[in-house]
Design a protein around this ligand. Structure first.
Ligand SMILES: Nc1ncnc2c1ncn2[C@@H]1O[C@H](COP(=O)(O)OP(=O)(O)OP(=O)(O)O)[C@@H](O)[C@H]1O
Length: 392
């Protein structure tokens, strides 16, 4: 809920504050560009003002909720509040708090959460909270029985006094946190379109790394639905990053999958992963990326035991990043729903159909090398060089 007359979104970031001043300045610039791109992509009117510590979006009251939703999709944003802007004079702030209470308070407990960045102001945060609370109480006591609860209020009146303005708000919407997208190096994200890999790619994006999506087509074991699902999830991810290239590298893997299925039983899935990683490494060189991302989590599948992860990781010299490594499936599913990649993730195709009856859980590299095709890596390298770029 926004206060009447709200026309500004106050944006808060977090991890940027761990940076030196020049790095933080640069990252704030990247954040502002990303927010501008999100607003423009969603046709939301608004000008982004680059302010130290608290970027602002100036918009209209009609667009304020959409602007808040858009900015809380930007990586690096910890939270945002749709605000009414007031002068820093205490009397003005208190008057506006009473006015907002009159319009928005609907019974229940309330609190005032007041902060000020300028310690030279002639009043303290406590003064604002106390006097603001009294004004709110007086504004509503004829119609309600107000009560103050500082620990768990039904409604919080937020006030932040910063530079020449004060911002009054009723809601703080969480963003993904992390760092602005584009502030770190690129990584190749292997996406199957299943539940896990899009969440893993998203997690890397929260740390500022743009992703280069790579999908390995599995021939008859994948099929049109499998590929369509992968494309759909990348399309969803690209909505969080409208100013980044997000075309998918489609790596042909059908013939290799057929070969692995006909020649290998145990260990087949590990060799397939090794094919993925080696292909991803070659692609990474092509696109100047510096790591490979997968949706693997310890023990979630037989190919994801610690021993198996160690063996598959040796297919590449690049680091294999597994942001979901320690996450529970339930938690990953909940996140997939939240970011919008889940609904497209429910068809039965892909690696599940390649899996043999007898799975390997304790792989050893020397034993696997004896049974996997000698030319596995040449195949991966050739496939990566033959990858085509597909609009998701
Ligand atoms: N066809 C594919 N193309 C590209 N990457 C893939 C493909 N299949 C799997 N991967 C990558 O390998 C990882 C492990 O795949 P696997 O199917 O074993 O696990 P998963 O946990 O079910 O992952 P997902 O839910 O993403 O399919 C995936 O998370 C993804 O990063």
């Amino acid at each position: 809920m926004h206060p009447p007359g709200a026309d500004t979104v106050l944006v808060r970031h977090g991890d940027l504050n761990t940076k030196s001043t020049p790095v933080k300045r640069q990252m704030e610039g990247t954040l502002v560009e990303n927010v501008e791109a999100l607003l423009s992509d969603r046709s939301i009117p608004g000008d982004v003002e680059r302010r130290w510590n608290r970027p602002l979006i100036h918009t209209t009251e009609d667009a304020i909720e959409d602007a808040t939703a858009a900015v809380t999709d930007a990586f690096g944003v910890v939270s945002a509040s749709p605000c009414r802007t007031v002068s820093t004079e205490k009397a003005q702030i208190i008057e506006v708090l009473a006015e907002i209470a009159d319009a928005c308070y609907d019974g229940g407990t309330f609190a005032v959460d007041a902060r000020r960045s300028d310690k030279s102001l002639p009043y303290s945060s406590d003064d604002l909270a106390r006097e603001g609370g009294t004004a709110i109480w007086e504004a509503v006591e004829d119609d309600f029985e107000p009560a103050v609860d500082l620990d768990d209020p039904d409604l919080t009146f937020g006030v932040e006094v910063r530079d020449e303005s004060a911002f009054v708000y009723l809601e703080t919407v969480d963003g993904p946190g992390g760092l602005p997208l584009g502030s770190q190096e690129r990584v190749v994200a292997t996406v199957s379109g299943g539940i896990d890999s899009p969440v893993a790619a998203y997690e890397m994006m929260t740390r500022g790394s743009p992703i280069v999506p790579a999908y390995v087509s599995l021939g008859d074991y994948g099929g049109i639905d499998h590929e369509a699902r992968a494309m759909e999830t990348v399309r969803t991810l690209s909505q969080y990053a409208p100013n980044q290239e997000m075309q998918v590298y489609r790596i042909p893997g059908g013939e290799t999958v057929d070969l692995l299925v006909s020649e290998m039983e145990k260990g087949r899935m590990l060799s397939l992963r090794r094919f993925f990683y080696r292909a991803a490494e070659v692609l990474a060189e092509r696109v100047d990326a510096h790591g490979i991302v997968t949706g693997e989590a310890v023990g979630q599948k037989s190919s994801q035991t610690m021993q198996n992860l160690a063996v598959t990781s040796q297919a590449t010299d690049l680091p294999v990043h597994r942001p979901l490594l320690t996450r529970d499936k339930q938690d990953i599913v909940a996140q997939a729903r939240e970011i919008g990649t889940f609904s497209q993730a429910t068809i039965n195709a892909g690696c599940n159909r390649v899996a043999p009856d007898m799975v390997e859980t304790n792989a050893r590299l020397d034993r696997l090398l004896e049974i996997e095709p000698d030319d596995l890596f040449e195949r991966a390298e050739e496939a990566a060089l033959n990858a085509d770029l597909v609009e998701p």
